[in-house]
Write a protein that binds this ligand. Structure first.
Ligand code: URA
Length: 279
């Protein structure tokens, strides 16, 4: 092991130890005060050498991979500037605004495009808008959104530094799960969003998102298939939905274990400005 590898290994171990303490505080598993978070992003330089894709989709056991086994090399950005990404997202949002492609448009108050940094390293994909999202036209602004904000903070990021969107853009009536045909109809929009933002890593929140992105199949359990998958060459983490974590707080520890697998990808994109515009 050369000195760089040793440093990376030690940093990963330190982060894991800190993360367990952060989990307690940030995700509310325990109320014990812990020291403030270190500057996490600064502690992790972006991966340096050319792309090695994350492992292909495969069933995983319940134990997520250790940091050592993680794929460390996301694909390189295709070189769109921030301004280009923003412009393309705005054009796409305009195009989607009056969408009537599926029945979900009938009950929506607002289409929820998603929001965040147009050049985010990390894109969160949820299931679909709920009541508050439908009212405000923004993704993850209800109770699940509050927990997502804490999960993002636990990663050393703010909501403005990531991009947050959903598999379906209109609220399913009564918050039912989106149906397969609705997800299929909306998927091209999500693909376009991901193609524009070009994240280093995607985080699929919950089974619907994981199935919608094709990371797992409907008959596979989320719990047994958590961890890193591959979405057309981009690493994609499958983990629990924050709404599930609100119902099952004892699973937060596993979610944090999953989220730590994002660290190698969120160290900052070379040449990227700090702070970013919203789509
Ligand atoms: N749940 C989701 O999956 N998405 C949202 O935007 C809000 C709640």
């Amino acid at each position: 092991m050369n000195p760089d590898e040793l440093r990376a290994e030690l940093a990963a171990l330190a982060r894991q130890a800190q993360g367990l303490a952060d989990l307690d505080r940030l995700l509310g598993v325990r109320d014990t005060p812990v020291p403030p978070l270190p500057p996490l992003r600064a502690a992790f330089a972006p991966p340096r050498s050319p792309s090695v894709a994350a492992p292909a989709n495969r069933a995983r056991d319940a134990t997520p991979a250790s940091p050592k086994a993680l794929p460390k090399e996301p694909r390189p950005a295709r070189g769109l500037s921030l301004a280009e990404r923003e412009a393309r997202l705005h054009t796409l949002a305009d195009r989607m605004a009056g969408c009537t492609r599926c029945r979900l448009h009938e009950g929506r108050t607002r289409l929820v495009f998603g929001q965040g940094a147009a050049d985010a390293d990390l894109v969160f994909v949820g299931e679909g808008p709920g009541y508050h999202e439908d009212q405000q036209g923004l993704a993850f602004v209800g109770r699940a959104g509050e927990l997502l904000t804490k999960m993002i903070a636990a990663l050393g990021l703010s909501r403005d530094e990531v991009f947050i969107c959903n598999v379906v853009k209109c609220r399913p009536p009564g918050n039912r799960n989106p149906q397969p045909d609705e997800m299929g109809t909306c998927l091209p929009y999500l693909r376009e969003q991901l193609d524009i933002v070009q994240p280093r890593v995607i985080c699929a929140l919950g089974k619907t998102a994981a199935v919608g992105l094709g990371l797992i199949t409907p008959d596979q359990s989320l719990g047994r298939n958590r961890g890193l998958h591959d979405w057309h060459g981009t690493p994609a983490l499958v983990t629990y939905h924050p709404a599930y974590l609100l119902r099952s707080p004892s699973e937060k520890r596993k979610a944090w274990h999953d989220l730590q697998q994002l660290f190698p990808y969120i160290g900052g994109r070379p040449g990227r400005e700090a702070g970013s515009a919203r789509a």
